[in-house]
Ligand binder design. Structure first.
Ligand SMILES: [Zn+2]
Ligand SMILES: [Zn+2]
Length: 254
């Protein structure tokens, strides 16, 4: 199993997960043209993407979903309230996700996980195949007991480190937006993300990817400094997902 990112952050997100037989995108926050350019960079033919899983309706996650799906006849999976016909129009193949029920796409098992975020019916996803689990966990205001339990035994984890609390407080955002981002239904800060690492089975975790970093309210080094103390006896690899380049394919080992 392997995974890659087309880009990560408030200007657009898209994660690829591929087990050699089935390839899915989680979210697609880039224009069609930009998506095609970024897929070329990762040597992926858009026609080989079997499905797009949508986490929630914010633009940085759905901007390119409908145009891509219409052009390549890709199936789109999303929760009932996430679909907005005004924004997305008609999709060639739309499947409704129950955020509390696992389902299969080809050879992949998909586990949606409901998260607290200021969207209509947000969920994140854990994708598994061949005994390996890859968890994507961004866009949540706090870590719930449900999230903790679901993500406890992943082999790879893309974890939101959205903001540094001090940078957010002192930064350029208007007060209302600062309150939203830091709130219980906003985004995870570096300290909240680090705290989750204390609750999960690190011996299974091969790769941790710091994701959805705010360009205005965080710095990769601050996020790294926050999580590293939690990884003292850990033998896996730490990566940082970038807005422009995402990250290149990462292969899980057996
Ligand atoms: Zn987002
Ligand atoms: Zn969001």
């Amino acid at each position: 199993m392997r995974f890659a990112s087309l880009g990560s952050g408030s200007k657009g997100n898209a994660t690829l997960i591929d087990d050699g037989q089935t390839c899915v995108l989680i979210d697609l926050g880039f224009t069609l043209k930009e998506t095609e350019r970024r897929l070329r960079r990762l040597a992926v033919d858009p026609k080989n993407i079997d499905a797009i899983l949508v986490t929630h309706e914010h633009a940085d996650h759905i901007h390119g979903v409908a145009s891509f799906a219409r052009k390549y006849k890709t199936s789109v999976f999303l929760t009932h309230a996430t679909y907005d016909q005004k924004k997305m129009g008609l999709l060639p193949s739309m499947k409704t996700v129950n955020a509390h029920q696992k389902f299969e796409i080809g050879t992949l098992m998909i586990e949606p996980v409901a998260v607290p975020h200021d969207a209509r019916e947000p969920c994140q996803y854990i994708v598994s195949s061949g005994g390996h689990r890859i968890g994507v966990l961004t866009d949540l205001g706090h870590v719930t007991a449900h999230v903790e339990a679901c993500y406890a035994d992943c082999h790879a984890l893309l974890l939101e480190c959205n903001h540094d609390l001090q940078m957010l407080e002192e930064g350029p955002y208007p007060y209302v937006l600062k309150k939203r981002v830091a709130g219980d239904h906003g985004h995870l800060n570096n300290i909240q993300a680090a705290a989750l690492l204390d609750k999960i089975e690190l011996s299974l975790l091969q790769h941790l990817v710091i994701s959805h970093i705010s360009e205005k309210n965080n710095q990769p080094e601050l996020a790294r400094n926050a999580v590293e103390p939690m990884l003292k006896n850990w033998s896996g690899s730490l990566h940082i997902a970038q807005q422009e380049f995402g990250f290149d394919w990462i292969q899980l080992s057996h």
